[in-house]
Design a protein around this ligand. Structure first.
Ligand code: ZN
Length: 162
C-alpha cells in the first residue's frame, strides 16, 4: 500500500520592515517558519482550533498567512512588553511570580490576536469561508476570548495600589 503524499503550502514574502520570510505549513506538521534562514518552531494549536471545518487548502493558506502575520505585527508584542514592564508608582497587589506567569501568557495571546487580526484584514475567508456553524462559532468565541484575556491580563499586571 502506498502512502498519500503529505500536502503542503509554502509562501515567501518580505515583511514591511524588509525581513525575508519563508513559511511552509503541511497537513501533518502544521508549521515551519523560516526567517532569514533561521527556523522558528511554532506550536500549531491555535491554527488547529480556528481552522476547523475549512477545506484543507484554505486551512493551509490561512495558517501560513497567520504565521506571516506574526512577523508583520511584531511591533505589537514588543510594545505590549514595554507597556507591561514600564515602571509605575505604587505596588502591585499580586506576587511577582503570578505577574510573570500571566505576563508571559498575556504577551503570547496579544501576539496571537494581532497575527489573526492581520489574517482577517487581508483574507476574508478567515471568517467568511463556508464551514459548519459550530466551527464558525468556535472561531468567533476563541478570538473574543483571547482578546478579552489579553485585556484582562494586561490590567492584572498594570494594577497598582498606593
Ligand atoms: Zn500564532
Amino acid at each position: 500500500m502506498t502512502k498519500e503524499p503529505i500536502r503542503a503550502y509554502q509562501r515567501q514574502e518580505e515583511t514591511w520592515y524588509h525581513l525575508p520570510a519563508e513559511i511552509r505549513v503541511t497537513e501533518a506538521h502544521l508549521h515551519r517558519v523560516r526567517v532569514a534562514g533561521v527556523s522558528l518552531p511554532h506550536p500549531g494549536l491555535v491554527n488547529w482550533i480556528v481552522r476547523r471545518g475549512l477545506p484543507l487548502q484554505t486551512r493551509l493558506e490561512l495558517t501560513a498567512l497567520h504565521e506571516f502575520g506574526h512577523l508583520q505585527t511584531l511591533p505589537v508584542p514588543l510594545l505590549h512588553v514595554v507597556i507591561l514592564a514600564w515602571p509605575r508608582r505604587g505596588h502591585s497587589p499580586y506576587p511577582l511570580w503570578s505577574r510573570l506567569l500571566v505576563g508571559l501568557f498575556s504577551h503570547q495571546v496579544a501576539w496571537e490576536v494581532a497575527a489573526e487580526s492581520y489574517v482577517a484584514a487581508r483574507d476574508a475567508r478567515a471568517y467568511r469561508a463556508a464551514r459548519p456553524p459550530r466551527d464558525k462559532a468556535l472561531y468567533v468565541l476563541f478570538w473574543s476570548g483571547m482578546a478579552f484575556f489579553s485585556l484582562l491580563s494586561t490590567w492584572f499586571i498594570l494594577k497598582r495600589e498606593e
